[in-house]
Design a protein around this ligand. Sequence first.
Ligand code: CTP
Ligand code: MG
Length: 247
Amino acid sequence: MGRDDVDFPVAVVLPAAGTGERTGLQTPKQFCTFLSRPLISFTIETFERIPWINCIVVVVARESHDLMLHIVQQFHHTKVKVVKGGTTRHRSIFNGLQVFSESAEGPVIPRPKVVIIHDAVRPFVEEDFLLKITLAAEEQGASGAIRPLVSTVIATTSKGFLDHSLERTKYRASEMPQGFLYDIIYQAYQRCSESDFEFGTECLHLALQYSGTSAKLIEGPPTLWKVTYKRDLAAAESIIKETLSLS
Ligand code: CTP
Ligand code: MG
């Protein structure tokens, strides 16, 4: 299994329209800078370097649109198309997918066979894992990264008491990247409900429920973690500095 097996068009959608509330910072985490370069630019760079990826759709909030165009120019991101996001992650992803759908004037950008969806705030994803996700998506219809659970998941009552706990070994954490046949995930988003858009957090679930595809789960490396809290930004900074000093 290698690069040469990807003999079909692949595109990426990077949702980056969130506000990063959990960091407690004013600046959305994707625009926090390390060594004068925003976090999102490191993530984009990984995809830019992969020859079998044709197009990277970056979805940002309306107020960050000009900033994103500036970043694209400053760091010479030649494969990037910038799109405006929505009020929830699912809405942002759907907006990103729509750049490939046909408009009255015909297709805006050639439709990929496989689309990878990856959070802009997971900068340490690597090509070999993206390859696994892409080939599994082409074969099965959908694929996604999983990790073992670190803590046991419990359900609580409305009054804050223990209701029940889940058997940890039976469950996995769903991470990113995920891959889909483009037609399958686009159809799933077209069919899903307002409530899915508002409260849903799992793209694989939409593909399963609304397009009836199976989803191949692949255990990913720990480096797939997502920058969520302020301490994650400090960790990301030290990894980036260490990596750059080695290269
Ligand atoms: N995202 C998006 N559009 C939204 C909300 C989130 O594109 N309306 C993106 C984020 O920018 C991020 C990814 O989805 O790249 C994962 O979401 P999350 O980690 O929850 O980021 P935020 O929503 O920005 O953070 P928080 O939940 O702490 O506010
Ligand atoms: Mg969020």
